[in-house]
Design a protein around this ligand. Structure first.
Ligand code: S3P
Length: 369
């Protein structure tokens, strides 16, 4: 699998803020992450691509960028960079595409203001005036890693205690990577606190393979008859592993092989074989650990025998699209019975490929003759 997107953004941002040089291997070079690379450069750090996925970042004291920072489609770029910028005595304007410009930013701007930043605008385009921050004890209403990360990044340059309390644990790549850069971070159950020592020293970072990207070949192997597929280099951080737990509950045959630690994260190769799947109930508390995987889980559910109910999906409505509505519309289009009920998604599996899949298979068989 290519490098994890969440880790890739963080490696560039932390490298750009650190003292000295950071060498990154396995960076995901998709548009979202490249926006972060350009932004970190515009804020004064040195960024150089020295090979495929291999980057050198020279950290600097950030300066006001000459032009607005265009985050494209990336919520992670926007929210994490806003937090990092807020710590410096600089101003930066953030812009993005139509989708990002309609997504909620107050969840980050509110706490940053409480720490002392000034903000103009509540959706993109918006401007942050940073510097002179004080600490915060923040109760995160949502299990959002982007919000948590923005506060921790701002907190690196704040005076006083900085801690975030989460309703449920969200992905912890920021905490893990901050520690790799030498910063003290304490995690006690649902509370994450920065320690006294908050300076960052440039380091070598290896990005583990993206479990959210791996989700697609894994589900494809499960539902396509006769498959036997090994997906190599998949990060198995427990806060990202909700899909694997759910697929196994559905009856998926997935073997974990060659377990190792890479870039501070557990990584393995996954051997996946076609499996008969059954519908399950996915509890709301699992949502943060598989928030980007519900669209492909819904596809697996459409091939399963029986009803799958997925709870606690309110956050899916404020992603790059309203993913809840988009999943239902896509499944209905393929002849699958699916509906929203409050913040839950219900998919009726018939234990057989849905109409669209049968049609697709017939077309491929005819075409191959
Ligand atoms: C991400 C956190 C999640 C996730 C997104 C990446 C991150 O968003 O959906 O794709 O890298 O921190 P929220 O923090 O809004 O849940």
């Amino acid at each position: 699998m290519p490098g994890d997107k969440s880790m890739s953004h963080r490696a560039l941002i932390l490298g750009g803020m650190a003292d000295g040089v950071t060498r990154i291997r396995g960076l995901l070079e998709g548009d979202d992450v490249l926006r972060t690379a350009v932004a970190v450069g515009a804020l004064g750090a040195g960024t150089e691509r020295v090979g495929p996925g291999e980057w050198i970042v020279r950290g600097a004291k950030w300066q006001s960028p000459a032009a607005p920072i265009d985050c494209g489609n990336s919520g992670t770029a926007a929210r994490l960079l806003m937090g990092a910028v807020a710590g410096f005595p600089i101003s930066a304007t953030f812009t993005g595409d139509a989708s990002l410009s309609s997504r909620p930013m107050e969840r980050v701007l509110g706490p940053l203001r409480s720490m002392g930043a000034r903000t103009e605008g509540s959706t993109l385009p918006l401007t942050i005036h940073g510097g002179g921050l004080t600490g915060i004890r923040f109760m995160n209403e949502k299990a959002s890693a982007q919000v948590k990360s923005a506060i921790l990044l701002a907190g690196l340059r704040a005076d006083g205690e900085v801690d975030v309390i989460e309703p449920a644990p969200s992905r912890d790549h920021t905490e893990n990577m901050l520690r790799q850069f030498g910063c003290e971070v304490v995690t006690e159950r649902s509370r994450i606190a920065l320690g006294q020592h908050r300076s960052l020293i440039g380091t070598d970072v290896t990005i583990a393979g993206d479990p959210s990207s791996a989700a697609f070949p894994i589900v494809a192997a499960l539902i396509v008859p006769g498959s036997q597929v090994t997906v190599r280099n998949v990060m198995l951080n427990p806060l990202r592993a909700g899909l694997l737990i759910t697929l196994r509950e559905m009856g998926a045959g997935i073997q974990v092989k060659n377990e190792r630690i890479e870039g501070g994260e557990p990584v393995a190769d996954l051997a996946v074989a076609t499996s008969s799947l059954s519908g399950v109930e996915v509890p709301a508390h699992r949502a943060p650990s598989m928030i980007d995987e519900y669209p492909i889980l819904a596809v697996a559910a459409a091939f399963a025998e029986g009803r799958t109910v997925m709870h606690g999906l309110a956050e899916l409505r404020v992603k790059e699209s309203d993913r809840l509505a988009a999943i239902v519309a896509g499944l209905l289009e393929c002849g699958v019975e699916a509906r929203e009920e409050g913040d839950s998604l219900i998919v009726e599996g018939r234990g057989a490929p849905p109409r669209a899949a049968v049609t697709y298979r017939l077309i491929t068989i005819i075409a191959s003759r």
